[in-house]
Ligand binder design. Sequence first.
Ligand code: C2O
Ligand code: CU
Length: 485
Amino acid sequence: MTDPFTNGFRRGAPGLVPRRRFLQLAAGAIAAAGLPALPARAELRAYSLAASPSRVKLLGAPGSPETDVWAYGGSVPGPVVRARQGERLRIALGNGLEQETTLHCHGIRLPNVMDGVPELTQAPVAKGERFTYEFDLPDAGTYWYHPHTYTTEQVGRGLKGALIVEEASPPKVDREFVWIADDWRIGDDGALSNDFNHPHDISHGGRIGNLITLNGAEVETLPVKAGERLRLRLINAANGRVFGLRFEGVEVSVIALDGHPVTPHAPADGRVVLGPGQRADLIVDIAGKPGERLAVVDDYYERFKYTFVTFAVAPGKPLRESPLDSPIALAANALAEPDAAAAVSDIVIEGGAMGGLTEAVYKGEKMGLRKLWRAHRKVWSLNGVASSGFMEDPMFRLQRGRSYRWRLKNDTVWDHPMHLHGHAFRILARNGQPAPHTPWSDTVMLHADETVDIAFVADNPGKWLFHCHVLEHHLGGMGTVIEVA
Ligand code: C2O
Ligand code: CU
């Protein structure tokens, strides 16, 4: 079937520079909460995604050249894959690239053989071949898909898309948007820089781009109405960039993190911070007056503050005088509650530029940092081991059904969004203090020198990756495997 939701793509409203595309649900689909009731039997949603070279317009200035990218379905980001909680999803992946590939549905709790990790869970899909992924969707929320082969280059060239699992009864909003935040290293000629896996990116903050895009296009404005209630599904699909978005003149509530519902709350310090791989669902009430322009500013990297997007409030009559007062809290997903009193295992992150790493174990051999770097381009370690790929000896063998508590310790000066496959975990504590709202998550951010406690029930059998989602860090050794049996 073709993706019905790409029909909801729209260009900027008349009178605005149509540089930016917003993924939007078909008009009114959400507004009236008029979604039909869930079918009694799980329905199958079928998609096909062909990964292939494509040419798209990333640079926004009029007359600027197009860019050669790698894309799903020819577009960057790829089509929005949408299904309902409890349904079964089938995605037929076709490989039209010159390299092997796989598809990883990030954050979905699925059977191990569907996880899309080359060697570990499946043979990579060769050029010209197909592979069909099929699994149930136990959790509602905002997820995303991307390859798990040569990820620095494949994701960096544009292979990524949103995977949305709708709740049976979503909160009432006027409009919903999926926002994929991304960046690109690109020249004025429109060509992506070919310097993937640059040593500097591996040892520092990952491949940070010089062009920011929202849904694959350059920044402009989003027309809104005074009083309007929006749901934003934010996804950070960049290789290395962290986004820290401040919303001016609007009321923002965070209602889900990494797909999973959280007690609705205002963002801490007024800023929504998302590392690579992370997502946030926001309810935004447009509090501004008709004719006002309300900026969404990213000041995560202080010296590079810029306006991510601007809400342009339509002149004329407001949609409503005061914000909707219908509930915004989401129903919890059915996750097994871990025992917070479980014994603690430490995972210490070391390495990188300006770090204290002096030696690490690589493929069973202990070696000094100089050799590790020169011979193997590894510069990061987890508990003293630098990852060599996907087929490693598990760092932990976990007993199926038992609770585990991990204390992640970032002994580096860099940010690390740490991602666990196949499970959701609770974030219990940060630097020894209880974490506000103890959110469920699949990718937890550790800033320099931070310690974070997470806990989960190891209820999904198989060998699963645990790695930093700064893709160049993973390549540089920051990953491991855990086995649940
Ligand atoms: Cu989003 Cu191991 O990946
Ligand atoms: Cu990292």
